[in-house]
Design a protein around this ligand. Structure first.
Ligand code: NAI
Length: 787
């Protein structure tokens, strides 16, 4: 045994294990677990073993949920949901408070159970995970209380299917269940097969406090159980996990009308500028990628260091790495715990070996790993070529890549050189630089001089292939609410347009009918690539011709839209001025637009009303361009969390056949007011009201490429837009089949889609803040202040 003097020399800690007797007793008493359905546990059936990743010991047997189990749980949720939603917000808040208090009462138990199940150090579960779980339920109890005032006119979605991963088992559960319950939904949650135990302990808490039966249901099992939940009669799926499974779920839910949020993978940049506090940044790396075994979707796994400090930073990092304590997760002094499962360990080993084989240099802590259990020594790669697998693929283990950059522009370029967009961490003592880079990185969460900070009051979620939707705070609440369905449903199918070659120029204006068939791309009129036009008819009369757009026209329009990127950077004031001007120009030509609608068969009153509302809408969205702004969330102390509304970039918009002028403007105006550039497909049967807008757009100082109009077969062109990697978001208003195709085709790059129900476009459903909120994605930027 070492003497005190020895210890003072070596500064070596002895072990400080957290007692786990209570948890072992609890597990022994339970034996095998069934599912938690309708307020009670079912008899365990078809069980599988859940192991402690740090020891390999079996902790419990858990049931593999079948389709029938899932259906029973959904049924229980369905019958409980109506009464739950009928409770007042105040009554639901009381239940959420009760959950929060009971979690707090059992914090230590839950922290130990989580550590045994997941392998992460007890320091993390005790200090981060479980306190945040309680915080989530308290925070959302508050949302239940104020729901009617804060989200007027909304209601719950219904029954929510929730599928979560193994990296933050109870915290992910809280992220999903707390807002769902606050909003009046009932849930069926499937925890990850490696880590179901805290969810089952949570089920016991629900039973103990007497939460109405069926409001929370937990069905355990693997991916098959998850797939059964996706297929079940639920109204929403909320999924966190791999991008690959996210894609499968996007396809499986296409056209089902189920609301969907996906929180997927990441390869987040961790950018260190030369003037950063390097010691703080090194501790940031420890938090970002090592303390959690790298098993965090938003882990800063790509370290980018400015050239001048690369050497010093790397040296400091190696020194710090050598001091990390890897081992028993229940030891309170452990920094790096166990990898969740041998399968995941193998994945990490394989990826790291491939990274080395492809030429990267691995620097790894030379620590003594425990003899049993799944452990991996923390490390980082240098000399990583862009083509190396580890520069692109999520390792999801305690290994980062480190590369250097010269200028802020290069840092931004490297940071954005990924298909993901979950998070970013930026280190510099210059706040101007930090916020400039924060505004330019494509990520849903940006931490300035900090990393992996979470709070229930802030939204969390990604851009690009990191998924869509937000969890937490006001943004997350919105995901669990629905607006009352508009009265009208999807429109009847559109017919293939009758085509004929585009007449040569000079064939214009025969019988007073404009026979040119131009589209509007990059601020100029363009002939369709196909060389064909289609006849626009009303009551058997030819009104004019429209170009028959094809894939190439869409590609050209998307390219033109990309070039108009200055629109997204313009101030809200500038955009407002252009849109006011547009509205004025439109009103100067109100009669022409009315005549056009009348020629298409609208009655005088209907045509006049459509134009009048179009004008109102144009002025309204012009006014909103500099008013629909973000928020500063109340999260941690000495920190501002800025929730910034950012445009998507290039959006596709397929417009309804109904209300050819107003339908078009109701969708295009909010999108451009928020700084997006648009490729719009006007009403297929009556595109002329949109093509008549060319001159209005031209004379309104709208930069070329902000609005591009491609006429032609809407369903086909929508598919092209859905498949296009450079279209970030897509809105579609049309047929049920068309909406389904859009959702399925967009799974490739997981773009944000919105199948918009047709409505009375002249009424209040056709306008409002919800169109604006759908036209932006929220970026949460965390900026600490003080010493
Ligand atoms: P996964 O995506 O397969 O599993 C996540 C959850 O989805 C689990 O509950 C699983 O049972 C369920 N699931 C699997 N297949 C399903 C299907 N077809 N339909 C419905 N649900 C399904 O993730 P996995 O296999 O655990 O980890 C693989 C990789 O995914 C990791 O190495 C990591 O790269 C990434 N990952 C990302 C996470 C994140 O937080 N974004 C969390 C966990 C993993």
């Amino acid at each position: 045994m070492p003497t005190v003097k020895d210890i003072l020399e070596t500064m070596d800690y002895g072990p400080a294990p957290e007692a786990n007797g209570e948890v072992v007793k609890w597990l022994k008493a339970r034996g095998a677990f069934g599912h938690f359905i309708g307020g009670a546990f079912t008899r365990p059936e078809a069980t599988f073993a859940v192991e402690n990743p740090a020891t390999g010991e079996v902790l419990a047997e858990v049931s593999q949920g079948s389709r029938a189990d899932v259906e029973a749980a959904v049924k229980a949720a369905r019958s409980a949901q109506r009464d739950w939603a009928r409770l007042s917000g105040h009554q639901r808040a009381k239940w959420l408070y009760a959950i929060a208090r009971n979690i707090q009462k059992r914090e230590r138990f839950l922290a130990v159970l989580e550590t045994m199940d997941n392998g992460k150090p007890v320091r993390e579960t005790r200090d981060i995970d479980i306190p945040l779980v309680a915080r989530h339920f308290y925070h959302h109890a508050g949302w239940a209380e104020v729901l009617a005032d804060e989200f007027p006119g909304t209601g719950p979605v219904g029954v929510c299917g929730q599928i979560i991963p193994w990296n933050f088992p109870l915290l992910m559960l809280a992220w999903k269940i707390a807002p769902a319950l606050a909003a009046g939904n009932a849930v069926v949650l499937k925890p990850a097969e490696y880590t179901p135990l805290t969810a089952l302990a949570f089920a016991e808490i629900c039973a103990e406090i007497g939460l109405p039966k069926g409001v929370v249901n937990i069905v355990t099992g693997d991916g098959d159980t998850g797939a059964a939940l996706v297929a079940a009669e639920v109204d929403k799926i909320a999924f966190t996990g791999s991008t690959e499974v996210g894609r499968i779920i996007r396809k499986a839910t296409a056209g089902s009308g189920k609301k969907l949020t996906l929180e997927l993978g990441g390869k987040s940049p961790f950018v260190v500028f030369a003037d950063a506090d390097l010691d703080a940044a090194v501790e940031g790396v420890v938090d970002a990628i090592w303390f959690n075994q790298g098993q965090v979707c938003c882990a800063g796994s790509r370290i980018l260091v400015q050239e001048g400090v690369e050497e010093a930073f790397t040296r400091k990092l190696r020194t710090r790495m050598a001091k990390l304590r890897v081992g028993d997760p229940l030891d309170k002094c452990t920094d790096v715990g166990a990898i969740v499962h041998p399968v995941q360990l193998k994945r990490i080993r394989d990826l790291v070996a491939r990274g080395e084989a492809e030429g990267a240099v691995l620097h790894q802590a030379e620590c003594q790993l425990p003899a049993k259990g799944s452990f991996f020594a923390p490390g980082f790669f240098t000399g990583v070529e862009p083509a190396n697998i580890v520069s692109d693929v999520e390792i999801f283990g305690p290994v980062a890549t480190l590369t250097s950059f010269r200028t802020p522009d290069e840092a931004v370029e490297l940071a954005n050189n990924t298909r993901y967009g979950l998070a970013a961490s930026i280190w510099s003592e210059n706040v101007n630089l930090c916020l400039d880079v924060a505004s330019r990185v494509k990520a849903g969460v940006v931490w300035v001089n900090s990393t992996n900070v979470f709070d229930a009051g802030s939204g969390f979620g990604g851009y690009r292939e990191s998924g869509f939707g937000r969890e937490g705070g006001r943004e997350g609440m919105g995901e669990y609410l629905s607006f009352p369905a508009p009265k009208e449903k999807a429109e009847p199918p559109v017919h293939a347009p009758e085509t004929s070659p585009v007449p040569e120029s000079g064939a214009k204006a025969v019988d007073g009918i404009d026979r040119t068939a131009k589209m509007y791309v990059g601020g100029a009129q363009k002939r369709p690539d196909s060389g064909y036009s289609y006849a626009v008819m009303a009551k058997g009369r030819l009104l004019g011709l429209a170009g028959l757009g094809n894939r190439k026209d869409i590609r050209n329009a998307v390219e033109a839209a990309h070039k108009a990127s200055g629109w997204g950077k313009a101030t809200g004031h500038n955009r407002a001025q252009v849109l006011y001007y547009l509205a004025e120009n439109l009103s100067a030509r109100a009669q022409e637009f009315t005549d056009r609608l009348r020629s298409a068969g609208a009655s005088k009153g209907a045509a006049e009303r459509e134009v009048a509302v179009s004008l109102e809408r144009a002025f309204w969205y012009a006014a909103q361009a500099d008013k629909f702004d973000g928020a500063v969330h109340a999260t941690k102390s000495a920190n501002v969390t800025l929730a910034m509304n950012e445009p998507f970039g290039v959006m596709g918009i397929a417009c309804p056949n109904a209300a050819p002028l107003l339908g078009f403007l109701s969708l295009v105006l909010p999108a451009i007011a928020m700084g997006n550039r648009v490729v719009a497909l006007p009403a297929q049967d009556m595109p002329l009201s949109a093509t008549d807008l060319y001159q209005v757009l031209d004379t309104s100082d709208l930069p070329g490429g902000v609005v591009n109009i491609v006429t032609g077969p809407r369903e086909e062109l929508t598919k092209t837009l859905a498949q296009h990697d450079d279209v970030a978001a897509l809105w579609y208003c049309g047929t049920t089949e068309g909406a389904k195709a859009m959702e399925a085709e967009s799974a490739g790059n997981l773009k944000v889609t919105w199948a918009i129900p047709n409505c009375d476009w002249t009424g209040p459903d056709g306008q409002g803040r919800r169109y604006l909120s759908r036209a932006v994605q929220v970026k949460n930027i965390w900026v600490p202040y003080g010493e």
